[in-house]
Design a protein around this ligand. Structure first.
Ligand SMILES: [Zn+2]
Length: 210
């Protein structure tokens, strides 16, 4: 999931108006900012199908640090605590890990059954409802989810800009839902897809914070 995560940042920002928007934006992105770095370092593993651009065909073989509920939330709590001290805003210690945990919960809806619960057990439970198996539905549902929450929770003067931003990024991501190309345009390099993910999330955070 991509733009859907940011809709949760808008809700969190609505309930914690004293926290700058970039904090929940980075928080909801945290698992997908950490994941590319760990994949590039060889700590987490993904297999990319050269014959398919679809998200449902990504095999997330090992990603306990970035994408488990318990271990990832523990890591994001440490980051949140550090950030709260730097910004001298105690609430950040709560908002940051809360935002990061929301990422896992939304990913459960779309991912195949590959999201670990604990992140540190060999006999870990993995979950995922697999909405990505229904690419067209997933495309429409994630877009509707983003649009509705943006309209409900973003203050009027920022709303239009964030609706346009979400639309552009969702359309940019459409090949991974709809399979418009026959092969994976990013190839099977272990670096390309993680770098694209890192750039995509970082760019959205920067543009949405402006
Ligand atoms: Zn994710």
């Amino acid at each position: 999931m991509f733009i859907g995560h940011f809709a949760i940042a808008y809700i969190i920002s609505h309930f914690f108006p004293s926290i700058p928007l970039w904090v929940p934006l980075v928080g909801v992105s945290f698992p997908d900012l950490l994941w590319p770095i760990l994949v590039i370092l060889g700590i987490e593993k993904v297999h990319i199908d050269r014959n398919s651009p679809l998200q449902k065909n990504l095999e997330f073989n090992h990603y306990p640090y970035s994408h488990s509920l318990v271990l990832s939330t523990a890591i994001s709590s440490v980051v949140g605590l550090t950030l709260s001290m730097l910004l001298q805003k105690p609430l950040v210690a709560l908002v940051f890990p809360l935002s990061s945990a929301s990422h896992w919960i939304l990913d459960v809806v779309v991912h195949r059954k590959d999201l670990p619960l604990l992140g540190f057990s060999k006999k870990d439970i993995t979950v995922g409802f697999g909405l990505w198996n229904y690419g067209k539905s997933a495309f429409v549902i994630e877009y509707a989810f983003y649009m509705i929450l943006t309209i409900l929770f973003v203050p009027g003067k920022y709303m239009l800009g964030l609706l346009i931003l979400g639309t552009i990024f969702h359309l940019t991501n459409s090949n991974s839902f709809l399979g418009l190309t026959k092969t994976n345009p990013f190839g099977t390099s272990k670096y390309t897809y993680p770098i694209i993910t890192l750039i995509g999330f970082s760019l959205f955070i920067i543009l949405a914070s402006l």
